[in-house]
Design a protein around this ligand. Structure first.
Ligand SMILES: [Zn+2]
Length: 285
């Protein structure tokens, strides 16, 4: 696990074992707020150990940026803390997370002690704030990668923990591509010092404009490819030729997982647009 200081009392962690997933902590004088847990218990526990022994404070709040396993399955390692998330994050953890964890436990003994804990405090629109020492954290919905995403903005530092709304390779399979494009545009206009992505490295002020453009261009490229595929005789052969580089991204991103995520993006969008096409034929207006 990598660790870096982002600003005063704000730290960032990045997994060395799974898809460069990240988490963060904001420490106050009496207690700390954790943003997301990591994919495997050993890394989540190492993070907890750092907060308790080096920063000398307990974790009082855990904020889940969304319900995906690599961000929220460590909640149970912070008993006594209040978990905060989007209303749908709680619903998805109970409906999808619980059975998925039972399944995952069969093949991964490292997950044996993991329990799904849904957020205790939820919201679904507007924003909520939390004061930690001298810092004001503002939580707001940031949708597109999933429909339960939230971002956490540290006002004093102009740092945004974007969750998976910002990734080296945008991933839309559990969300909505148009909503994600809007979210990325919104993030680009926030006047940020840093974007902490849900996976990958921290984006610095001078890199933000290009990072937003790159991600928006990628979304346009896959949207266009999937729509073109629907019109082709051999859509699957056509899609197989649309490699990640031709959409402006690199396969080395996310510890090598990027090429696979790219294929899943294309396949998901193709199915979505093909369904739209069919329903137009079946129900002409
Ligand atoms: Zn995710």
């Amino acid at each position: 696990m990598q660790r870096e200081r982002v600003s005063e009392n704000v730290y960032w962690f990045q997994s060395s074992v799974y898809a460069q997933v990240t988490a963060g902590v904001i420490a106050g004088p009496q207690w700390a707020v954790l943003i997301d847990t990591l994919a495997l218990p050993e890394e989540t526990l190492a993070m907890r150990d750092f907060i308790e022994s080096e920063l000398n404070v307990p974790v009082r709040y855990v904020i889940n940026t969304h319900h995906h396993a690599d961000h929220s399955w460590g909640n149970s390692f912070f008993p006594g803390s209040t978990i905060i998330g989007h209303e749908l994050c709680g619903q998805f953890l109970m409906e999808k997370g619980r059975p998925a964890l039972e399944q995952a436990k069969k093949s991964n003994p490292a997950l044996r002690q993991v329990k799904i804990i849904a957020p205790h405090l939820t919201f679904s629109s507007g924003s909520i704030s939390l004061r930690v020492g001298k810092k004001n954290l503002v939580m707001m919905p940031m949708l597109g990668h999933s429909i339960d995403g939230i971002g956490i903005f540290i006002e004093e530092d102009r740092v945004l923990f974007a969750g998976d709304s910002f990734m080296p390779l945008p991933f839309v399979v559990d969300g909505d591509i148009d909503e994600l494009a809007n979210t990325i545009k919104r993030i680009g206009k926030m006047g940020l010092e840093n974007i902490v992505q849900g996976h990958g490295d921290i984006i610095l002020r001078g890199e933000i404009e290009d990072a937003c453009k790159d991600n928006l261009n990628y979304l346009s490229a896959i949207r266009k490819a999937a729509k073109t595929a629907v019109k082709r005789k051999n859509p699957l052969e056509y899609l197989a030729e649309i490699d990640i580089e031709s959409c402006g991204k690199s396969r080395v991103f996310l510890g090598g997982l990027a090429a696979d995520l790219h294929k899943r993006n294309l396949w998901y969008l193709y199915q979505l647009y093909a369904e739209d096409e069919q329903s137009i034929e079946v129900n002409p207006i």
